[in-house]
Write a protein that binds this ligand. Structure first.
Ligand code: UDP
Length: 235
C-alpha cells in the first residue's frame, strides 16, 4: 500500500510525551511514538514535526508572570521535547535534525527553511523546536506556519480524542464523530480543534489538518495509508 501524502507535518502536543504521569517525559512513550514515525519514514514519507511544551510549561497558564517571559519559557520547553524525540528517533536508526526558532547553536541547528527542505528531501526527519519563536503564539500556529513554509500536504494533529464530534461525547452518548468539516465551521462554531490563528493560517494557505487520536500511535501510519481515521478539516 502506498501512502496518500508525500510530505507531512506532524503536530505532537507536549502532553502526548508525558504518558500517565501527565508531566515531564516518559521515554518509553516517546520511543513508542517514534516507532510509528519510523514506519512512516520507512514508507518514504517526508516528515516534519512540531512539538508542544505543555508537559512542562504553558505561557498562558502562568498566572502573575509577564506573558512574554512565560512564553519564552514555554518555547524552551518545546526544545526539551524536540531533543527527546530526536534522541528516540536516532536510537531507532532514523536520521533526524532539530531546528529551533530561537538560536541555541550548541544544541540544535537554527531554523532555516531551505535547509529544512533539503533535510526532508534527503529523508531526514526534521523536528522544529521553539514554536514560531514569538510569544503569544501556540505550537499549533507554529505547525501551520512550518507546514506552509515546507509545502506540506497535510498537518497531522495528534490529540487524545478520536476526532471532532457534533456534541461533547463525554456528556452526550448520541454524539457522532465527524469525518470532515471546513475551517469556516471550526472558526464560526469555535470548535476546540485548534486555535483560531492556526485555523486561519491553514484556511488561507489551503493546508488540510487531520485530527486523530494518538492513544494508538500507529494511527499515524493508518491515516497515511488513507484509512478513515479521525476528522479532516479542509476548505
Ligand atoms: N509558545 C510561544 N510561541 C510559539 C509556540 C509556543 O510562546 O510560537 C509557548 C507558549 O507559552 C506555549 C508553550 O510555548 O504555551 C508551549 O506550547 P503549546 O502550549 O502550544 O504546547 P502544547 O499544548 O501543544 O503541548
Amino acid at each position: 500500500m502506498q501512502p496518500i501524502y508525500k510530505r507531512m507535518l506532524l503536530k505532537l502536543s507536549g502532553e502526548a510525551l508525558a504518558g500517565q504521569q501527565k508531566f515531564g517525559l516518559d521515554y518509553d512513550v516517546v520511543l513508542n511514538i517514534c516507532r510509528s514515525i519510523k514506519k512512516c519514514a520507512d514508507m518514504g514519507v517526508e516528515i516534519g514535526i512540531v512539538v508542544g511544551g505543555g508537559n512542562f510549561w504553558r505561557g498562558r497558564s502562568s498566572g502573575k508572570m509577564d506573558r512574554t517571559r512565560a512564553d519564552h519559557m514555554g518555547m524552551l520547553a518545546t526544545a526539551i521535547n524536540a531533543l527527546a524525540l530526536a534522541d528516540a528517533l536516532e536510537q531507532l536508526g532514523v536520521p533526524v535534525r532539530v531546528q529551533t526558532a530561537i538560536s541555541m547553536q550548541q544544541v540544535a541547528e537554527p531554523y532555516i527553511r531551505n535547509r529544512a527542505v533539503r533535510h526532508l528531501e534527503k529523508g531526514r526527519v526534521v523536528i522544529f523546536g521553539c514554536g514560531t519563536g514569538n510569544p503569544f503564539f501556540s505550537t499549533d500556529t507554529a505547525a501551520a506556519l512550518r507546514a506552509a513554509e515546507i509545502d506540506a500536504d497535510i498537518i497531522m494533529k495528534a490529540t487524545n480524542v478520536d476526532g471532532v464530534y457534533d456534541a461533547d461525547p463525554n456528556k452526550n452518548p448520541d454524539a457522532n464523530k465527524l469525518d470532515s468539516l471546513t475551517f469556516l465551521e471550526v472558526l464560526s462554531k469555535e470548535l476546540q480543534v485548534m486555535d483560531s490563528t492556526a485555523a486561519s493560517l491553514c484556511k488561507d494557505n489551503k493546508i488540510p489538518i487531520l485530527v486523530f487520536n494518538l492513544d494508538n500511535p500507529d494511527n499515524i501510519v493508518s491515516a497515511l495509508l488513507g484509512e478513515n481515521i479521525g476528522t479532516i478539516v479542509k476548505e
